[in-house]
Every structure is written in structure tokens, then in C-alpha cells.
Design a protein around this ligand. Sequence first.
Ligand SMILES: [Zn+2]
Length: 250
Amino acid sequence: MRRIQRAYENRFRALAETLGARRPEKALAWFRRRAKAKAAGSRGPEWRGWEEAWREAQARANRSPRRAGRFQERPPLRPEETRFRCDAGLGGLARWLRAGGYPAEWSPEMDDEELVRRAMAEEAVLATTDSLLMERRLVRDGWVCALWLPPALSPAQQLARTLSELGLPLLPPRCMRCGGRLVRRSKQELADRIPPRTFRWLEEFFVCEGCGGLFWKGTHWQRIERALAEAASLRDQRAAPPLRPPESEE
Ligand SMILES: [Zn+2]
């Protein structure tokens, strides 16, 4: 077993060196803990724990946009698996990311260290307007995929920038309030919750799996869809004209 462990540790050292990790021994200690925890959690042989931890380390290294191009096999972010954690200054972006189909957490009172730690644990992309946060060790060394956004941009422009930087498409919309999936339900089932006029005019109704909120493709939804389409079309244009986000429903 020692030989297998040593082999994985050597691979990891080489990876950390390629990434220019400032404190390789600390990174290695993290890798060891990760592998042991994975081995303890699975019923298979111990080497599986090391293999899993190694794959995870590689995936993290490859995911960091700062490392783009440094790894030939760098896989792009998989849209269905991508989630975000937004810093205190990006509550508006979190709502727009959800409308664009991505789960996004926003915890305005969380300090930087906790924010980075959570993003790493959740394998979430950390979106921040704080350039100092980009200098934190775990971000700098590529363990957390982080994206810096200029605070002067509107949330819709920040969304456009995010989609473009990470090469992500728009997905079916999620609830802007909580990020829950929207599930289509029959209108009869929801009859007592739908305003009578809306009930007469529309057929498609959706309920949020997270907060139970009710949605329909009325004018509010259409405004958001138009703004999203515009954001998607602005993805590759750096000098984006200001987009007006639609007013909130609340
Ligand atoms: Zn919701």
C-alpha cells in the first residue's frame, strides 16, 4: 500500500509544481486527507480512495480559468454540473445566474475565508468583485475556480461576462429567488393559486421545487427572457452597452 500511496503523492507533487503552488507541502497534506477520507468512505480497496482524490485534484486544476491552455486535456465546465457562489457585491448577478439556469448562492454576510472554503467544498465557481480575494492562496493556486467581475457592470452585463469567460450556454431558467428547478404543473392543480385573468389567458404554469413559488410566462418572464437572450448575444462583445434588468416581481 505504501508504494501506491507514494506513486499518487508523486503525481500530485508534479501537478502542484506545474501549477506553481506556493506551498506544495500544505497542498500535499490536503491531498492525503482527501484520499484517506475517500478510502474510508468507500467499501472498495484503499487505492480507489487515492485514485478518486487524484482525479478530483486533476479536475480542479483543469477547471481554473487562469490555467486555461496549460493542460491539453482541460475539460470545459459541464454546464449541468456548474454552480456558483457569489460574494457580497454580486447579489444581482446571483439572481441573473439562476434565471440563466445555474444554481447560485449569495450570502452577503459571509467573510472571504468562509466564502473560498465553501466554494471549494461545493466545487462551485466563485464570482467576486474583490481583487484581493483573487489573491487568496486556494484561488491563486487554482484549487478554487474563481472569476473576477468589474463591480461597475450591471448584473446582466456581469452575466454576459460570466457566460463568455466560462464558455457556458443559457439553460432552462431556475427560480430567481432560490435557484430551485421550475417544474411544469397542470393549471387545474394550481387553480386556487392563479389569478382568474391569468388562468383564462395562459396554459403553462411552473412551480419552484425549492421555495414552491408559482411562475408563468407573463410579461415579467418575457422581459427576463429577452434580457437573457441579449446577455447571451453580448457574450463575446467586450464593450457591452448597459442593459436594463427588469423590475423584480416582489
Ligand atoms: Zn424558488
